[in-house]
Design a protein. Structure first.
Lengths: 850, 257
């Protein structure tokens, strides 16, 4: 980021939630970079940004769509980059229909199934039947976290282009047409951003483009936690590709990670649909009946993912060791199958319906951190058993005795049959391991002190729990236990508590040759024949030989920090960095050079490890039937994609369309101005049911926009901050932020108690009246926004009402995240107890036209 | 002898309060009350016996604040981490009757907690309102300048924790120069009301914790012309003696009658 000429922070309060990373923004600003912050609230990031632009929560795609339009209409795009490195010139099939023509949905819409058939979004000429095998064809676009969403990837190696960008069905023209109505006037009317402000942002940001300049975009959950979250991020991708800001120093889209190793927890996933290294969890059904079917679906003919079989076989070898043999498909059939929606929202609703017996909760506090926490607490009460591992007795482990509904007498502890086990957990300074942070950097941390009492590490807990379960399984040799018994589960242990060796686990993650157990130097050494094992292919190379734990390197030797930690893949600090050079392999400019082709040495070289086959020349042209990376030309930097191109247009892999379209949040004060017949994302799921209901849009009962956020002083639901006096005293009580005008209208005195009500519930908070929240004018109406931090709960040194009691359980269609950043609420003066009648009236009143 | 100093720069502070937390953690300073103030994000409110770093949050009704170039923001939000100034002439030290408060070899002002008897003279003598007594204990406490860390070759905990180098630590003369340069640079960049707070012209004789601020020092609870109360000693004692003498004369006269 120190290389950025402009930094756009949107959907993130970076200074507060990522203060350590934010030092680079501050340094870039000192060096002359312009920092732009677009956010509903003026927060600590806005305070130090060069520009703050307030916008209505949930109107992001109108704003970003208008930026895209601005770039296209004013021809500000980086033409050479766009032509060579993106799919802008690619021609799309002639049966594609846009939202502009189909009243807010794309072609392929099935209103019965509420899903898309993506066939018409495909490149012209990219035959879906171009696959070698009879792979099960996806009839629905699935989304998901893995493989860049490239599930059921068809053969994208063949496509037609128009290098003049004039063909009416080329991506560029489709894009231009699609965003034509996203104008600066629309921004003024529906985002609440003045045209002047918008144009200033557009002007400043679009200048950070071209051979000499770059700009970076930072976002966090202010973008993701929307019913169109993925498509908001897609807008950023389109913008950055048009401006030529990917794979170059100072460019990129920074998905800011809010806690230690959240990146790590997607790499080696806690996600329901993903295996380590973004491999796909097999879904129950045709695709996983045979290993061949599975590979046929997930292994594309061209591009880097053509190595899929090497990575999955090596993973299965790491899991099942000698039991994984070619004859039994390397134990593929022991892997669990996805049988439905196993996301947080999905299984929590299952729990609510009594379909689950037990739950392990580790590193999370869903009783106050989950959406519609009140409902989630009621679901917990339907479990037979609950294991909570944490450093303190958090709300999730004490819900049965101290939750608000228990305190109020509505729920009685003696009626809750859940058996709760609270297992004390060790903190990160009390155990060895790695953190993987935002920039994919693995950093090793050493145990500094022994954990107190019975507190143990996660490694310890899982290893010994595994041992106990395997002991039980041995006595009960049912087929379903075969996978458990086949697991390699033989880590050496040390110390009085038999702590498994974390370094040994990292070595397993790195990968090794099966025959002689030599560590592999990188993922190119992995094989599909079962001769290698690897716990996560993207991490291969972190431990290339005995005694060389590269995550533990602490001697940075250059500007990009090589020598400090290990950035996956292969210590590449900027991914897709082939794009930092021109198609002919020379740097775009001296100022922005990163990697380049050394003609004399016949290889790629530069200031970073090239994210490209080092010896593939820029003028390489693949043969007709070339496969894998060999099928990608020497000027195709985006090697993970089957076409080697960056996708302005997503032909496959997203559940809600090839281009972003603006839909209003599930609850909104306005009707969708762009697609009047399609108020919300058609594929997003509201999960409406008793206890999880929505206001109408608009709704006179709930006239204000509610958005939730975090404060720098607390850690999410507060388990690690409300229990420590040094942190708890800094933000000791629940509050909400409202504008001066709103306080005036409702005669709210600064600091007094108010009750915030949504269709899900009511909570009390102090009113923090501040000009930092501004009243916006939308369609000539004044719209008040209410900001709500969600850190409080009913245990700890400081307590308060649970902000997440107000949020609905809903699902964005691709990654199934809830919408917590744009909702509707009402605000009543006085405490919750004083407003019982008022709240009841609001929740029971019929819909009232505004 | 090297004189240690802080230079705290409001123009790069992001208000994260890491300095407050790091200070409390290292120095084992207890909690200072769980009270929500409603005053912006400032729940610490002031320096005291149990708060040795305090981040201020100033919502200033100032159009086009200089840190927000080229926009029409109706206000600016400025953060500053306040701390004991370790004055060149320290009021607390001069008032301390027990010798508990001393000048250290690094030029800082240190309360020796095993000597303090809790008389409280230092409290009224501090021109900045920094030092205070801890109610449960009775003794006076304030920033130690992490004397223990410095003697062990470490920089103070607050400076170490600051993510944006808003709190800089170093040699007094060097930081004075850096502060002046920074103000010069800021003014050139359009921060017209940037200034270095270091009251050299008053009896305090300059501070070892300087601040780069925007606008008037009063906004930051920094007195524009702080004075060490002992400068009033001579006139105070003179007046007292004179009064006593006059009273004595009047008494004598009265008795004589």
């Amino acid at each position: 980021m120190l290389n950025s000429d402009a930094i756009l922070i949107m959907g993130s309060n970076m200074a507060e939630n990522h203060p350590v990373a934010f030092q680079w923004v501050m340094e870039a600003k000192e060096k002359g970079s312009t920092v732009i912050h677009v956010d509903p609230r003026f927060n600590r990031t806005s305070a130090v940004a060069n520009m703050w632009v307030p916008l209505r929560a949930g109107s992001d795609i109108i704003f970003l769509g208008a930026l895209i339009r601005h770039v296209l209409e004013n021809e500000l795009f980086f033409r050479e980059y766009v032509l060579h490195y993106t799919n802008a010139p690619v021609i799309i099939q002639n049966d594609f229909g846009d939202t502009e023509d189909l009243e807010g949905v794309f072609s392929g819409w099935n209103s019965e199934k509420k899903s898309y058939d993506p066939a018409s979004w495909m490149y012209e000429g990219a035959a879906q039947d171009g696959k070698k095998s009879s792979a099960p064809k996806a009839s629905e676009s699935e989304g998901g976290h893995t493989q860049h969403g490239a599930a059921a990837m068809p053969d994208l190696s063949k496509y037609k282009t128009d290098p003049t960008l004039q063909h009416p069905r080329c991506v560029f023209q489709l894009l231009k047409r699609h965003f034509a109505r996203y104008t600066s006037e629309m921004v003024e009317r529906y985002c609440g951003v003045s045209e002047e402000s918008f144009l200033r942002v557009a002007d400043v940001y679009c200048k950070a483009s071209g051979p000499e300049k770059t700009g970076g975009i930072c976002y966090a959950v202010g973008w993701t936690q929307h019913s169109s979250g993925v498509q908001i991020i897609r807008c950023a991708a389109i913008l950055q590709l048009l401006l030529g800001n990917m794979g170059r120093p100072g460019g990129g889209i920074m998905a800011l990670r809010g806690h230690a190793s959240i990146q790590g927890s997607t790499d080696i996933p806690t996600l329901y649909d993903s295996l380590p290294g973004y491999l796909s969890m097999p879904k129950f059904g045709e695709e996983s009946k045979t290993f061949q079917n599975y590979l046929a679906k997930y292994k594309p003919r061209t591009g880097w993912w053509n190595n899929y079989d090497k990575y999955i076989v090596s993973l299965l070898k790491a899991y099942y060791g000698d039991a994984a043999q070619p004859e039994n498909d390397f134990g593929f059939h022991w892997l669990p199958r996805l049988t439905g929606d196993h996301s947080h929202q999905g299984y929590w609703l299952d729990m609510m319906d009594g379909k689950m017996d037990g739950l392990f909760v580790m590193g999370e506090n869903p009783a106050v951190a989950g959406p519609n926490s009140g409902m989630e607490r009621r679901a917990l009460a339907k479990l037979k058993w609950l294991v909570v591992r944490d450093m303190v007795d958090i709300e999730t482990s004490s819900f049965w005795r101290s939750a608000p509904e228990v305190q109020s007498g509505e729920v009685r502890p003696e009626d809750i049959q859940t058996e709760v086990f609270l297992m004390p957990a060790a903190g990160h300074a009390e155990k060895d391991g790695t953190f993987t942070n935002t920039q994919r950097l693995l950093q090793w941390h050493q145990k500094a002190v022994d954990a107190p009492g019975d507190s143990r590490s996660e490694n310890w807990f899982m290893f010994h729990l595994g041992n106990l379960l395997r002991e039980k399984a041995k006595k009960d040799p049912q087929p379903k236990n075969a996978g458990l018994l086949a697991l390699t589960w033989n880590y050496s242990t040390e110390g009085p508590h038999q702590e498994p060796s974390a370094e040994e686990i990292l070595k397993e993650v790195n990968g090794y040759t099966v025959a002689d157990r030599q560590l592999v130097p990188g993922f190119t050494a992995l094989k599909a024949d079962g001769s290698t094992a690897c716990g996560a292919w993207i991490y291969a190379g972190v431990f290339p030989k005995a005694g060389e734990n590269r995550a533990n390197q602490r001697a940075s030797k250059d500007f990009y920090g090589h020598g400090w930690g290990f950035a996956w893949p292969s210590d590449r600090r900027i991914i897709y960095n082939r794009a930092s050079a021109r198609p002919d392999g020379k740097p775009w400019s001296e100022r922005k050079k990163l990697v380049w082709w050394d003609e004399a040495a016949k290889k790629w070289t530069g200031n970073d490890v090239p994210d490209f086959v080092a010896t593939k020349p820029p003028d390489y042209v693949p043969g007709e039937n070339a496969e894998g990376d060999n099928a990608l030309a020497g000027d195709k930097p985006f090697i993970l994609h089957a076409d080697g191109l960056a996708w302005i247009w997503v032909p496959t892999g997203l559940a809600d369309g090839p281009l972003p379209a603006h839909y209003e949040p599930f609850e909104s004060p306005v009707s969708n101005p762009i697609y009047p017949n399609q108020q919300v994302n058609p594929v997003a799921q509201s999960k409406t049911r008793a206890g999880n209901q929505y206001a109408s849009s608009p709704d006179a009962r709930f006239p204000y926009v509610l958005t939730t956020y975090r404060l720098t002083e607390h850690h999410t639901a507060g388990g690690m901050s409300r229990t420590l006096s040094h942190l708890a005293e800094l933000q000791p009580e629940m509050f909400c932020e409202i504008s001066v005008e709103m306080a005036h209208e409702l005669t709210i005195t600064p600091g007094e108690w108010v009750t915030v009500v949504t269709k899900r519930g009511a909570i009390e908070a102090h009113a923090l009246v501040t000009p930092r929240v501004q009243t916006l004018e939308i369609e000539g109406k004044l719209i008040y926004q209410v900001g709500l931090p969600f850190h409080w709960g009913y245990t700890g040194l400081v307590k308060g009402d649970v902000g997440n009691d107000l949020i609905a359980i809903s699902e964005e269609p691709n990654v199934r995240i809830m919408e917590s950043k744009g909702l509707l609420c009402n605000v009543l003066r006085g405490r919750r107890a004083d407003n019982v009648l008022g709240v009841k009236e609001l929740l029971e009143a019929q819909k009232v036209a505004p | 002898m090297t004189i240690s100093a802080f230079l705290t720069d409001a123009t790069v502070c992001i208000g994260c309060k890491a300095c407050e937390v790091a200070c409390k953690e290292w120095n084992e300073v207890p909690a200072d009350g769980f009270v929500w103030s409603g005053l912006s994000y400032d729940n610490t409110q002031s320096l005291g016996a149990s708060t040795w770093r305090h981040v201020m949050f100033l919502e200033q009704p100032q159009t086009a604040g200089p840190q927000i170039a080229d926009t029409k923001d109706p206000f600016r939000w400025v953060f500053l981490s306040d701390v004991c100034k370790h004055c060149a002439n320290a009021g607390c030290l001069e008032a301390c009757p027990t010798g508990s408060i001393v000048r250290t070899d690094i030029g800082s002002v240190l309360v020796q907690k095993d000597v303090c008897n809790g008389c409280g003279y230092c409290i009224v003598s501090c021109p900045f309102g920094v030092i205070d007594r801890r109610p449960v204990d009775g003794r006076a406490f304030k920033c130690t300048f992490c004397y223990d860390r410095q003697k062990a070759g470490l920089i103070p905990a607050c400076a170490k924790a600051c993510p944006t180098q808003s709190i800089q630590f170093g040699n007094l003369e060097e930081l004075q120069e850096r502060g002046n340069n920074r103000v010069h640079e800021l003014r050139e960049r359009g921060y017209e009301d940037a200034r270095l707070y270091n009251p050299l012209e008053t009896s305090v004789g300059g501070v070892h914790a300087m601040f780069v601020i925007l606008g008037e020092p009063e906004n930051y609870n920094l007195p524009p012309a702080p004075e060490v109360p002992t400068i009033y000693l001579k006139s105070a004692w003179t007046s007292a003696l004179l009064s006593a003498a006059i009273a004595f004369v009047i008494a004598c006269v009265a008795f004589a009658h």
